[in-house]
Design a protein around this ligand. Sequence first.
Ligand code: ZN
Length: 272
Amino acid sequence: MIIIDGVPWRNWRRLFGNLEGFVAHGEARVWKMRSVLPSTSATCYASIHTGLPPQVTQVWGNEAIRRLDFPDIFSAVTGAGGRTGAVAHSFWSEFFNRAPFDVVRDIEYDEPGGPITHGRFHTMYGYNLINQATPADVDLFGTLTRLCERHGIDYGMLHTCTLDSMGHRFFHDCQEMDHACYALDAQLAPFVRRWRDKGYEVIVTADHGQDARGHHGGADDLQRDFALYYFGDAEGPGKDVLLDQLQLAPTILTRMGVPVPETMRAAPFLAG
Ligand SMILES: [Zn+2]
């Protein structure tokens, strides 16, 4: 699962030519998905992976980082004997493995007992509007591929803040964002093909959107809605069905044949 932070629906369908090309060529399908409320990053990360709403996880904002005590995709997969990998911002390690984040101990770990079997994290420490402090996306894609090909992970999650940071800085109706989406799409495409060739199903999506001023957190459609691209053999709903972000966790576990924890109440959107 590839999570490109902070990309609104209109940017996906307009600017990601390779992803749209995979759809046109019949290799992928695309739906609109709506985030939980608040449409805040950390809040969404927690709900994406636990399938629980923020009113249950109590992740009210980006300051509420702690080890969550709910079942999530990582713990369910490793509990069923699978191997997981994460290449992501440190919040993901804190939510789903341990907190607080220790930049030496937790920057890279290989822990057979899980819940994150192979973790590769970054902090974006020092982030501000003129220094995004994000890694190169191709480096992140390469790192996840390394976990697939060297460690044989069954589930891999990659998260990058590049475009969320670009949106906060430049907003969306500008040359800078046009190019940033174009560049990320071109970096991602060859890896999608490589993961598919290895037999992985692939989901590319966002955690939330952004409005015209680069804002998110609220209930506006621009802030909440984003695309979900799916590469795989499962049957999905009609193309106009609006997906719920809480469906992601049970959908992924179902596709993997992993028992879905009873805390994940939303219906999977892929079957077969
Ligand atoms: Zn975000």
